[in-house]
Design a protein around this ligand. Structure first.
Ligand SMILES: C[S@@+](CC[C@H](N)C(=O)[O-])C[C@H]1O[C@@H](n2cnc3c(N)ncnc32)[C@H](O)[C@@H]1O
Length: 347
């Protein structure tokens, strides 16, 4: 998923720095015995890549769509048999979007986020909007009828979120839709399986809480934090993924069809510092790693000052080429260099 602040391209550097720092620290336990927590997990890429190296993962994010991705990628540990995956995915891909007597489909996505319904919004092609509706509805029916297990339920929902996102008609986030269907949005939605790393001995936990609340209830060895850097609220930018995740009904607002959303303190200049210090103060972890770049609401000095109060502080950095334009819209990717930091605290 093309996610704001995604650490996919930085993940090898981040994981290498975390593991190197931990193993060189003479900590009493090997990495394979530790609890690793990630409280702003988004797509969960860091926990996903570390999953097989540690004993337990605690992953959290405020947003419902993210929580579903994490329930699948992190909390799911036991393999779903391949024949079962093939069967479930095929059943969903083969669902018909046709209604009886050619009546107008009633699905929420088609009705509110596709042009053919008269919604005046073009987030998905008509066919893809209808397809998302029937697939999402069927997954919910299967859950209610106990036809799928909890693990399969989250696996299928994560598969739908990822597959729907691939055909969304946006420049990358859902704050606005494009006026014309872009090439990738013209393609038919095909549900593809969101495979997760397997480790049957793990008991991982996923939460959907404000990080500042959750931190008071957990403890562990390594804490990785990747809060938002700027004022862009994730709930507004990914509202449609939340709608698919929550599968509720509401009155979409305005031109973009926004829903009510959570506002994060980490996206507010006058609240972020207090929230951040409160988080660090309450963290019962030996190591804390914070990703933050040089264009964020908090500057380097502020972060250093706050973290240094609670233990021994150090800093690692790497230059990062950020690509701004969406592939479909502008083939001339403009790389723009920024510095990415990993602030480290050992208590
Ligand atoms: C920079 S992104 C994390 C990206 C992630 N590392 C990845 O690679 O996908 C920040 C995340 O913090 C979440 N978030 C914002 N405020 C939060 C809060 N108070 N508590 C928990 N999560 C929060 C957002 O929903 C978003 O997913």
């Amino acid at each position: 998923m093309n996610y704001i602040g995604s650490k996919l391209r930085l993940s090898d550097w981040i994981i290498e720095t975390i593991t190197k720092t931990y193993t060189q620290s003479n900590s009493s336990r090997p990495l394979s015995q530790i609890t690793f927590a990630e409280l702003f997990a988004g797509t969960g890429i860091i926990s996903r890549k570390l999953k097989l190296s540690v004993n337990q993962i605690i992953a959290n994010d405020l947003e419902p769509y993210s929580c579903i991705l994490l329930k699948n990628y992190i909390e799911n540990t036991k393999a779903i048999p391949n024949e079962r995956i093939v069967f479930l995915i095929e059943e969903l891909n083969n669902l018909s979007v046709k209604t009886q007597n050619n009546k107008e489909p009633k699905g929420f996505i088609y009705q509110n986020y596709c042009e053919g319904s008269g919604s005046q919004r073009l987030y998905f092609s008509d066919d893809n909007g209808k397809k998302i509706d029937v697939i999402r509805q069927k997954i919910e029916e299967w859950k209610v009828n106990n036809f799928v297990s909890q693990s399969e339920y989250f696996f299928l929902l994560a598969s739908l979120l990822e597959s729907a996102d691939r055909v969304a008609n946006t420049a990358s986030v859902y704050g606005a839709f494009l006026k014309q269907l872009k090439k990738s949005a013209q393609k038919n939605l095909v549900l593809s399986p969101a495979h997760f790393p397997k480790n049957e001995n793990q008991d991982n936990r996923v939460f959907k809480e404000d990080a500042n609340e959750l931190i008071k209830k957990i403890k562990g060895d390594i804490l990785y934090l990747d809060p938002p850097y700027n004022a862009r609220q994730y709930g507004a930018n990914y509202h449609l993924l939340n709608t698919i995740a929550l599968w509720d009904t509401f009155e979409p607002k305005g031109k973009t069809g926004l829903r009510e959303y959570e506002r994060s303190k980490y996206c507010k200049k006058n609240e972020v510092e207090t929230a951040f210090e409160d988080l660090i103060k309450n963290a019962a972890f030996e190591f804390i790693f914070l990703s933050y770049n040089n264009e964020g609401l908090m500057n380097l000095e502020t972060i250093k000052r706050i973290m240094s109060k609670y233990g021994s502080y150090s800093l690692e950095k790497t230059e990062y080429q950020r690509f701004k334009a969406d592939k479909d819209i502008n083939r001339e990717h403009k790389a723009n260099a920024t510095m990415e930091y990993l602030h480290i605290l050992r208590r």
